[in-house]
Design a binder for this molecule. Sequence first.
Ligand code: G6P
Ligand code: ZN
Length: 542
Amino acid sequence: MIRTVATQPFDDQKPGTSGLRKKVPHFQQPNYAENFIQAILDGAKLEPGSSLVIGGDGRFFNASVIRTAIRMAAANGVAKLIVGRGGLLSTPAASNLIRKRKAAGGIVLSASHNPGGPDGDFGIKYNIANGGPAPEGVTEAIFRRTREIREYKILEEDAPDLSIVGTTMLGETEVEIVDPVADYASLMEELFDFAKIRAAIEKGLTLRFDAMHAVTGPYAHEILERRLGAPVGTVLNGTPSEDFGGGHPDPNVVWAAPLVDLMMGPTAPDFGAASDGDGDRNMILGRGIVVTPSDSLAVLAANAHLAPGYARGIAGIARSMPTSGAADRVAHKRGIGLYETPTGWKFFGNLLDAGKVTICGEESAGTGSDHVREKDGLWAVLLWLNILAERGQSVSEIVREHWAEFGRNYYQRHDYEEVDKAAAEELMDNLRDRLASMAGQRFGTLVVSEADDFSYKDPVDGSVSTGQGVRIVFSGGSRIVFRLSGTGTVGATLRVYIERFEPEPARHDLSVEEALRELTETADVIGEIRKRTGRDQPDVRT
Ligand code: G6P
Ligand code: ZN
């Protein structure tokens, strides 16, 4: 019953920051998805008797590729498949299932926060046995297979009905369809004080969670409305749709504008949050305040001990290099380790496995802990709620007290999207060429103290990742970082990260634009952004 299909390699199946991402029509080319799945199954080098977790964020093409992946895994001899009902699993829930069921890995179908639908984006990523994104050694092995593949294996028989929880046999393979929410919700109950949060809600703490028509809807309905007793209607856009209601399931001020407007308006609840397509990102808001991801990481790290799962304190904090230094100040004051890694959650995996860090975060709206090996949107929401319930203060009071204690890192990211790829690469090359002579140069009142191209040596396995972004640091600690995104699907996205530290509480009320004006102008002078990209303004400021 196993069919072997002849195929030809595609030359564009190199996994990026987070798996392989392309437009849906690109993925729909004959054999395109099949080739990549076969390359995963070959590159992952599974032991006999292994299990795999399979699920996705419910976007267009998800249902069809899930069925293909099930039939291919069975044809390739995988002993057991654990699949989310309806093909749904949020990325953190998939990570949890891989760990809990001791699976060898998981195939997660998602293009995260990118838009969906027939002309939208699609993606496939592979996670390893610790529940985290495949490290570079594994993604390279997968990529090598995509270049040499000549055939793939698929079962003739169709995949079972994915809407019914239970176990069936497909050929020699056991296929178990599981409730995608149950195990994840129990894990959250272990980490957080649900009774305390429930009591705070009963006493009047109000909240809204925008699932953005994506995968977290069912999770949030269960956890926030059912288990924590928030009123029905707390979860907005809670039914997953294949095109995310026509929007981008990206929790930022642009794509979650209705939630932001609510939180800035007269009828704002105490707490607002949103998550992305596959449920790993988060946006946190209070009445009248948007908490930047970098600040949120620092506040969560400083207050995590208030939640039962972290009551014994945290071992250390890791952040991606472009993330602001706010968390560094918490680590320094608490005497715990701080690790600076390249962009991409996969770099946290070894640090978490080795027990060097408990909490990790990225400026790209990701925060998480050692409970799984992915960032986790609802986890961040629940830790915030636990902290609010314990401290009995507003989001804004907590953030302002945090700044007063640790100082404020004014921070903004500027994205130039769909820039000509060659022009963007030249911009970066040109910056790299000038790095050696940069120290000591003066730009207005700013003097460069250090400039480099970030490279990272993993302290656990010794692997080295170079070319991870250009850092220009000025005396006083202000910083400009230039980097090309690894997740775009069209042209290149230039990201410019701008940061200034302000210790003085009397100066914590500046607008971010004002606080960063000189640095922003300097970024254009140093990077020649206008000249090289032809753009006057970034497309998005987050
Ligand atoms: C994905 C990864 C993150 C990463 C983000 C931004 O969401 O999981 O770890 O920070 O992409 O990557 P980019 O390369 O687009 O800046
Ligand atoms: Zn995501």
